[in-house]
Design a protein around this ligand. Sequence first.
Ligand SMILES: Cc1cc2nc3c(=O)[nH]c(=O)nc-3n(C[C@H](O)[C@H](O)[C@H](O)COP(=O)(O)OP(=O)(O)OC[C@H]3O[C@@H](n4cnc5c(N)ncnc54)[C@H](O)[C@@H]3O)c2cc1C
Length: 511
Amino acid sequence: MAEHEHVRVAVIGSGFGGLGAAVRLRREGITDFVVLERAGSVGGTWRDNSYPGCACDVPSHLYSFSFAPNPDWPRTFSGQEHIRAYLEHVADTFGLRPQIRLNHEVVMMRWDGDALRWEIETAQGRLSADVVVSATGPLSDPKTPDIPGLDGFPGKVFHSARWDHDYDLRGKRVAMIGTGASAIQIVPSIQPDVAQLTLFQRTPPWVMPRMDRAITGPERWLHRQLPFTGKARRGLLFGIRELQVTAFTKHPKQLGAIESLAKANMAKAIKDPQLRAKLTPSYRIGCKRILLSSSYYPALAQRNVEVVASGLKEVRGSTVVAADGTEAEVDAIVFGTGFHVTDMPIAERVVGADGITLAEAWKDGMESLRGATAAGFPNWMTIIGPNTGLGNSSMILMIESQLNYLADYMRQLRVLGGRAALGARASAVHAWNRRVQDRMKRTVWNTGGCDSWYLDANGRNTTIWPGTPSEFRRATRAVNLAEYEVVRARAEQETAGDRAGTATGAAEAVA
Ligand SMILES: Cc1cc2nc3c(=O)[nH]c(=O)nc-3n(C[C@H](O)[C@H](O)[C@H](O)COP(=O)(O)OP(=O)(O)OC[C@H]3O[C@@H](n4cnc5c(N)ncnc54)[C@H](O)[C@@H]3O)c2cc1C
């Protein structure tokens, strides 16, 4: 990279969000962009999570881009290697490779109000961009709890998102920490091979059967020959999930009906009443993510598995000790303890117009306008920003909505002329978040009686969208300029005086 290279747009990250943004920019006729990726290959989530059993839990025909349908998904819920290959294929098909800069971790970006651009420092040097699209992922930085004594553990330790494939778990005594979406895929995959598996469970998840099957040759042939059949399949998967949303957002009591299905899923495999009691959640289904597995409970019923209904408290030599005092000697500890979500790590690395970082601006909780932009951070947009998560459907739907918003944002900037930026008005950000939080009050995520990673340190839900994906699609179809101020270069404002007007004045004129 040349020193001080300048581009129209810098996209950070090459998962679904970053690659999707790159394709969308191309479609808008914008070719002056780069994709900065810290890793050595594209794929994001699906590159980093390669643990045994890793697969999506939203059907593949919905968990993929609408503009890049894949008639050849091998299973209804495809595995990590296939999703990763799909993203590599997207990068090739749309000719994105020349613009992707691998091993380019973004370490800092600063808004330059004089030049109206972002100065970006990467692991490989500097560049600047008029617009930054931050697609660094909601679940890309693993979180490992600070456990006393862990440093002195003589065995192997790793996180589910950084699986050590050189370490052979066969015949080992393994402690699995956590019972979230990754853990319930890992447990049945490693249980047959390990000598002993001790599962540390702070809170039991609700687990529904997983309707996974191979997609047959004739089905794939049909999707290849008659693409509308693949679209119809996607439409059906979308529609079913769309109809489920009001139970999560407005009528959580209705979800009670499916708790019995989850209990039946458990009862079929777990015959021991004491173990069943340990595994039965005490909160409303849906409050934490509903997990899908038909092999988790059968694995827990095996003789080499012990479920400890308590979190890991400390490690003493090779002994892991639970908060309830249970002890087990193990050779390896696998953390399935999730990610930094409400404390988005990239926020520490963005310095806005007022000289403060996004993390400082968000010290009381993440807040954005329509999940995308933040007050004080002109021309900076995040993909899968605050309150864009879904409890029951595909995040690709939300990403594509945000790409519509990005496309319109770029169009608006073009209309405003070269030397202008758009900054979200604080009043618009607050109004949007008031509406989001008002709607959140009735949802199962806030009323279901659980503590989850959807909530931040203050107990505020800053991650989930409290509506349907279609509502979000409508809310992000176009940029409402009344919610933005037009930011002009300081020097230009000083010299042009009244002609350019204040930033606010210019915005009012446009709106
Ligand atoms: C195991 C697992 C299973 C999941 N299954 C589903 C599912 O079934 N359905 C669903 O809807 N969602 C699922 N998700 C959520 C998933 O994260 C999103 O669906 C989606 O993949 C997010 O894409 P992204 O591009 O926003 O983020 P990511 O895929 O996380 O990509 C972010 C990229 O940014 C890069 N990056 C981060 N920081 C920097 C930096 N400072 N500089 C440069 N590059 C940086 C990362 O290396 C990464 O490549 C799952 C998540 C996990 C972890």
